[in-house]
Design a protein around this ligand. Structure first.
Ligand code: GDP
Ligand code: GDP
Length: 467
């Protein structure tokens, strides 16, 4: 999990110019997923080997959908100031380091004062003052003026020329939370489960339901960096670690940008987990953002359960719609089947994911969610004996001649071996990897899933030329 660095400041000071310079061509993984807007909002950066995620809060949209950065200097109306202030507020809550950017050309404005005031009073994380557009020696001298904002020494930079940005990055990296031992030592085999999903799907309710049925909470585990508090609990005789429960518990925040941060938070939780409980709201159906989250889980090769939450509510809705109709005894089953079919169609890139209809409110199926998650986690550590694996490969070969890419050499598959667990990862040695047709890859994946019952988890297959 990378620390989060947010750039705040009023419009036009150069936040996105700086951001783009730092991120370069490397767009954050989240933005390559289907179903997301393509504004370049956050991206990964590293400096001297230290990696972090940079957020350009200026790119966050107003409720109206107008990108704030495009409003211009005159645009310091109430709306825009509200926006800037709420972005600063969000950054205070979510970021590990805040870069407050001001404009060395214009000097201190009333808006700068206001943001500075908020940061001084509220920020508990380091704030670094960056005076941008210090394009020449004279401006660099003028920058001392910004001391009066009460946020310490201003670092002068020119995002356009690239001067001073190294110094700024030094300061950012210095201010980052230290690497935590725990982050490094996360190779213990306690299954790590993340509860992810859009705002309002019921994550914190599910968390409470899980904690409710498990009185024996072992501990909250602080000391992880970046206030990602995990909760460890015992379920039966199994230990489970629920990832980033602090992020889930932090309730009741609505407004500009919250959704974006929540996507980012989900991504980071997914990164750290073995199995993701992907919540969707049964009363609402599937949204593009749900699909996006599912895509992230799949890309990262994690275990996944699709939890159709608020099933109680969906049932009530259906009942209300059918008011007056002649009731059938198996209506719930019908509804569930219809919903399941829709999910299989819409989430066809994760056909291996179990779907569980549940209610965090009534507790319906909460236990089986955990049971299933544990099974999936076990599955991810399965080691297939090489001999057994190759029986399956040979059997598959007899069943179907490997499809290969037109114009390439016919594909010959020699043998396979499992090189890793969590997720299960296989290497197939072939005559020429370029010949491998995606349909063969899919065919083999399905064969492996059948033979070794890999359910609920991504598996990875690589093809290599036999040397
Ligand atoms: P944002 O609204 O804070 O994201 O600001 P932008 O990054 O959109 O920049 C606003 C304007 O300032 C643009 O016209 C940029 O080209 C310009 N700008 C950004 N950085 C610098 C700089 O270092 N020097 C100068 N002279 N102009 C800059
Ligand atoms: P989060 O933003 O994903 O953490 O969602 P919350 O747990 O805060 O839930 C959002 C709203 O949905 C709250 O009003 C919950 O009471 C409600 N809710 C959550 N789970 C269920 C459920 O299973 N059934 C019903 N009827 N409501 C639920």
């Amino acid at each position: 999990m990378k620390p989060l660095v947010a750039i705040v400041g009023r419009p036009n000071v150069g936040k996105s110019t700086f951001f783009n310079r730092m991120i370069g061509e490397r767009v954050a993984i989240v933005e390559d997923m289907p179903g997301t807007t393509r504004d370049r909002l956050y991206g990964d950066a590293d400096w001297n080997g230290r990696e972090f995620t940079l957020i350009d809060t200026g790119g966050l949209e107003l409720g109206t959908g107008i990108p704030v950065g495009q409003v211009g200097l005159t645009g310091q109306s109430g709306d825009i100031m509200d926006h800037v202030m709420s972005q600063a507020q969000l950054a205070i809550e979510e970021a590990d380091v805040i870069v407050f950017m001001v404009d060395a050309r214009s000097g201190i404005t009333a808006a700068d004062d206001e943001v500075a005031d908020l940061l001084r009073r509220r920020a508990t994380k380091p704030v670094i003052l960056a005076a941008n557009k210090a394009d020449n020696a004279e401006r660099r001298l003028d920058v001392v003026e910004f001391y009066s904002l009460g946020l310490g020494e201003p670092t002068d930079i020119s995002s356009i020329q690239g001067t001073g940005t190294g110094d700024l990055l030094d300061r950012i990296v210095e201010a980052l939370p230290p690497f935590s031992e725990e982050d490094e030592a996360e190779d213990d085999q306690t299954p790590r489960i993340a509860i992810v999903g859009r705002p309002n799907v019921g994550k914190s309710s599910l968390l409470n339901a899980i904690l409710g049925v498990n009185r024996s909470i072992v501990s909250d585990i602080p000391g992880t960096t970046r206030d990602a508090i995990d909760t460890e609990l015992e379920f039966g005789d199994q230990k489970i670690k629920l990832v980033d429960t602090a992020g889930i518990r932090r309730r009741g925040r609505v407004g500009v940008g919250v959704e974006k941060y929540s996507v980012l938070r989900s991504t980071r939780a997914i990164e750290r987990c073995d199995v993701a409980l992907m919540l969707i709201d049964a009363s609402e159906g599937l949204t593009a953002q749900d699909t996006h989250i599912a895509g992230t889980i799949h890309e990262m090769g994690k275990g996944v359960i699709v939890v159709v939450n608020k099933w109680d509510l969906a049932q009530e809705q259906h009942k209300a719609e059918r008011e007056g109709e002649f009731p059938k005894p198996d209506e719930e089953i019908d509804d569930a089947e219809r919903y399941r079919k829709m999910l299989i169609r819409e989430l066809k890139f994760i056909p291996y994911a179990p779907i569980i209809f549940a209610s965090a409110k009534t507790g319906y199926h909460v236990k089986s969610i955990l049971e299933t998650a544990l099974k999936i986690s076990d599955m991810r550590y399965l080691r297939v004996p090489t001999a057994r694996l190759n029986e399956v490969v040979q059997e598959a070969k007899r069943r179907q001649t490997p499809a290969y890419v037109t114009g390439m050499k016919p594909l010959r598959v020699y043998y396979a071996t499992q090189i890793r667990v969590n997720p299960p990862t296989f290497v197939f040695f072939v005559n020429d990897p370029r010949s491998v047709h995606f349909s063969y890859e899919r065919f083999m994946e399905n064969r492996l899933r059948e033979a070794f019952s890999f359910k609920g988890t991504g598996i990875r297959i690589y093809f290599r030329a036999r040397s």
